[in-house]
Design a protein around this ligand. Structure first.
Ligand code: BES
Ligand code: MN
Ligand code: ZN
Length: 495
């Protein structure tokens, strides 16, 4: 199935006030004007809010009334709530439109004449529609988008260009997020460290502006990544590290960001084993790796003028004869030692190495993304990610980006006093504090030790990395939460 989204200027006659946008759902082929004229549904020449309400349309953003005819296309009225300029609302409208369309093709009528930001709105609709149409089982049938200007002559060519640009951008963004969701939703038995590295290489390795290295175990040992090796040594699946560099204009000095993603392809907890219940969704524990690689790939496809060093340590955390035991001490890339008192606190061990590598680059800022702590889920739930940052500038830039992407972040404190919670008698630090106290803060404080004092931010997305049901444009299962925020942040840096 391919789905065609037609974004067009809307005729004055169909102009809605602020509460709804009309969406035509049909078999495709006919233009929207013909579609509406031939729909066999009595539509007044002007769709007032009152008429929409009479049809049963609610104010809640995305609520939908479907008007069906026997012969013609279906018309779906979709509410924009009170704000017809909010991109978040348009993302929700896109999601509702796609759900109303089901298996049919979809055309969206856009009131471009009254829109302040036609590019942003078009992007949001397409983004919402394609994100909502992600389906792991039918991945091959992912929707495609075509922009076909139809209806009344467009008011100005520039508006139409804006719409085309927005649609293209929305499609690129959603495709990258859906790629990451696919990697994350894949069973851990399939998406082993080796296979995940191959999937990433298949996408990023062929990009003209990206250089990719996949480190095998011998290289990882040579490079002294003791945290990553320590976590991986219990598993029969070999450990990998993906190092991707995006540099669109070599020789030119561009803003440079290092991205580090946690890539635990399955987290059993190791010898400090999780419960069966606690393990069920642990194929999700490589979200950070998929997210930073998707963001890097997307930055390149959007042609953003930034440099990115993207680092993803990939490993399983399982048990075996050689597994790291509670009480063992690991030596990280930067020379610091960590006493592993709980093998289930493995994310910080592999990120310690990843962050050490990032700190060796010339990056102006380092950002890591990780499903790091259950405590994050306890404190903020599954709709808000935790943001930790060593400096206010970086925090504010990420919060701005998050308000544009609609992926909510809440800044958490790096409480210096809690450093004492993970002092060790035999090493530079322990890998845990005093549970159940401030678990996500302890995790962040441990990571900070490996950032060499550079501007650094940490996104703990344990909660929002999965959705237990579809809501809005979020589908059930993997969310790849923060790809869009990272790319918003990078776009702002680039301009
Ligand atoms: N991957 C988990 C964190 C997690 C939990 C993510 C639930 C998503 C949902 C992480 O490796 C972990 O197990 N953390 C421990 C740390 C503790 C042992 C200090 C935790 O949060 O319980
Ligand atoms: Mn764990
Ligand atoms: Zn984990």
């Amino acid at each position: 199935m391919s789905r065609t989204a037609r974004v067009s200027s809307i005729k004055e006659a169909l102009l809605l006030p602020t509460i709804a946008v009309p969406v035509v759902v049909g078999e495709g082929g006919a233009t929207l004007d013909e579609a509406i004229a031939n729909s066999g549904i009595a539509i007044p020449s002007s769709l007032s809010s009152e008429w929409c309400r009479q049809q049963g349309l609610k104010r809640d953003v995305g609520s939908t009334v479907v008007l069906r005819s026997v012969t013609g296309p279906t018309i779906a009225l979709i509410s924009l709530g009170d704000d017809d300029q909010s991109t978040t609302n348009y993302r929700l409208v896109g999601a509702s439109a796609v759900r109303a369309a089901g298996e049919n093709s979809l055309a969206v009528l856009l009131p471009t004449e009254v829109m302040k930001d036609p590019a942003g709105v078009s992007q949001a609709i397409v983004e919402g529609a394609l994100l909502a149409s992600y389906n792991f089982k039918n991945h091959d049938t992912l929707s495609s988008v075509d922009v076909v200007p139809v209806g009344a002559p467009l008011p100005t060519v520039s508006v139409h260009d804006d719409v085309t640009r927005g649609v293209e951008r929305g499609a690129l963004v959603a495709e990258a997020v859906n790629w990451a969701k696919f990697l994350i939703d894949s069973p851990a038995g399939d998406m082993t460290p080796r296979n995940l590295a191959s999937e990433i290489e298949e996408r990023l390795g062929v990009d003209a502006h990206i250089e990719m290295e996949v480190w095998t175990e011998s290289k990882i040992r040579e490079e002294r990544l003791g945290g990553l090796l320590g976590v991986g040594q219990g598993s029969a699946q070999p450990t990998r590290l993906v190092y991707a560099t995006y540099d669109p204009e070599p020789g030119v000095s561009l803003p440079h960001v290092a991205l580090v993603g946690k890539g635990v392809t399955f987290d059993s907890g190791g010898l400090s084993m999780k419960s069966p219940e606690g393990m069920m969704a642990m194929k999700t524990d490589m979200s950070g790796a998929a997210i930073v690689m998707a963001a890097t790939s997307l930055a390149s496809r959007l042609g953003l003028r930034v440099r990115i060093s993207a680092i993803a340590p990939l490993t399983e955390n399982t048990v075996g004869d050689k597994a790291t035991k509670p009480g063992d001490v690991l030596t990280i890339r930067n020379g610091m030692t960590i006493e592993v008192l709980n093998t289930d606190a493995e994310g910080r061990l592999i990120l310690a190495d990843g962050l050490s590598l990032a700190a060796e680059t010339s990056a102006d800022a380092i950002i890591d993304v990780a499903t790091l702590t259950g405590a994050q889920n306890v404190s903020l739930g599954d709709e808000v990610g935790a943001l930790f940052a060593s400096c206010d500038d970086l925090a504010d830039q990420l919060l701005d980006a998050s308000s544009r992407s609609g992926e909510a972040l809440w800044r958490m404190p790096l409480v210096d006093g809690y450093e004492s919670h993970f002092e060790s008698d035999i090493a530079d630090m322990k890998n845990m504090g005093k549970p159940p106290r401030a678990g996500s803060i302890i995790g962040a404080l441990i990571l900070r030790r490996f950032t060499a004092g550079k501007p650094w931010a940490h996104l703990d997305i344990a909660g929002p990395s999965r959705a237990d049901g579809a809501r809005g444009y979020t589908t059930k299962g993997a969310t790849a939460f923060s790809v869009r925020t990272l790319v918003e942040y990078l776009s702002a840096l680039a301009s």
